[in-house]
Design a protein around this ligand. Structure first.
Ligand code: TXA
Ligand code: MG
Length: 312
């Protein structure tokens, strides 16, 4: 058995929806990265997601919905959440809020926590899939645990080689970085994960957002240091490669690959995971990464790089 790539047209989406309704898993595109989707109301299907990714069970997943009305059935939203959704949904913003009794999403999606992560994606294929299944979809990034997130269908096919799985292929994802995660619990809004929407854009609605500390946080294990890990050792803020290192450039700092020769952070975000994969696949011992400014999307890019560089 090997993964089957399907064109993301009406027939492909219907085949994918049928698989998910039957408790199966499908890799599908979103505007951020490819997701490994399962029916979020079916605990055994969700268990299959953890099994296929080889992901530790304590890591909760994002439930993908079409709109605020569906989100409301699953979570108790403070006023801030409504304002954030009005501005950023559909799109790459995930909102973590207290769960509501009587929601349809199974406990396993939330890893037993009393909060739930909800996102209304913008990608038309993902939206069509959610609509066709008629239920929220749990969808972590479609990579093996510890590998970088897939921004192309082929990346997921590589990670899940040998598995009987459908992959809806819609080409490269537009943003290339996962959604920004904001917690809106009783302690006020918190940045749980920097992502495709820059902090500044969110702060315009919420005011200053404290970052949740990276160290062992029981409610956000995705913040664990070495979550995004190529096999090669990473060295950050490098101006030039050392012997044996491949160089990942940015702006004027050139390299084997350049995240964005023009120094554009959006372009760099879209290229980040694919370029890390390419340099890693070339079997280099180490990857030196050019300095990336810590502003706008640079915060999320630096966050992913710091995790990938963490000792394991
Ligand atoms: O862009 C994205 O968000 C992609 C696409 C596929 O939608 N999905 C994604 O999912 O990145 P995943 O599972 O790789 O990351 C989900 C993150 C994890 O870091 C997890 O710990 C956090 O969301 N999370 C989920 N539920 C949570 C909760 N109740 N409290 C705190 N963090 C939560
Ligand atoms: Mg992930």
């Amino acid at each position: 058995m090997s993964p089957r790539l399907l064109a993301a047209d009406a027939a492909g989406i219907e085949a994918a929806a049928a698989r998910i309704r039957g408790g199966g898993l499908v890799v599908c595109p979103t505007e951020t990265v490819y997701g490994l989707a399962a029916d979020a109301t079916n605990a055994s299907a969700v268990a299959g997601v953890f099994a296929l990714k080889g992901r530790p069970h304590f890591n909760p997943l994002i439930a993908h919905v079409l709109d605020v009305a569906t989100a409301e059935q699953e979570a108790i939203w403070p006023e801030t959440a409504y304002r954030l959704a009005a501005r950023f949904w559909p799109g790459p913003l995930t909102i973590v809020a207290p769960r509501r009794n009587g929601g349809r999403v199974c406990d396993l999606v939330c890893a037993g926590l009393s909060s739930i992560a909800l996102r209304a994606p913008a990608h038309p294929v993902m939206r069509a899939l959610i609509a066709a299944v008629g239920r929220p979809l749990a969808a972590p990034s479609a990579n093996l645990s510890g590998r970088v997130s897939p921004t192309r269908a082929e990346h997921a096919a590589e990670d899940f080689a040998g598995q009987d799985i459908l992959i809806l292929d819609a080409g490269a994802t537009e943003l290339g970085l996962e959604s920004t995660i904001v917690g809106v619990g009783p302690e006020g809004p918190r940045l749980l994960r920097p992502g495709a929407i820059a902090r500044e854009a969110i702060e315009a609605l919420t005011g200053p957002l404290p970052v949740a500390p990276t160290s062992a946080r029981p409610d956000a294990p995705g913040m664990l240091a070495s979550h995004y890990a190529p096999r090669a050792r990473l060295r950050l803020d490098a101006e030039a490669p050392l012997p044996g290192e491949a160089m990942l450039g940015f702006g004027p700092v050139t390299g084997d690959l350049n995240l964005s020769p023009a120094g554009d952070l959006r372009e760099a975000a879209a290229n980040l995971f694919a370029y890390l994969r390419r340099l890693d696949a070339a079997g280099t011992e180490g990857i030196a990464v050019a300095p990336i400014p810590d502003e706008g999307l640079g915060e999320a890019i630096r966050d992913r790089l710091a995790r990938a560089a963490a000792p394991r």
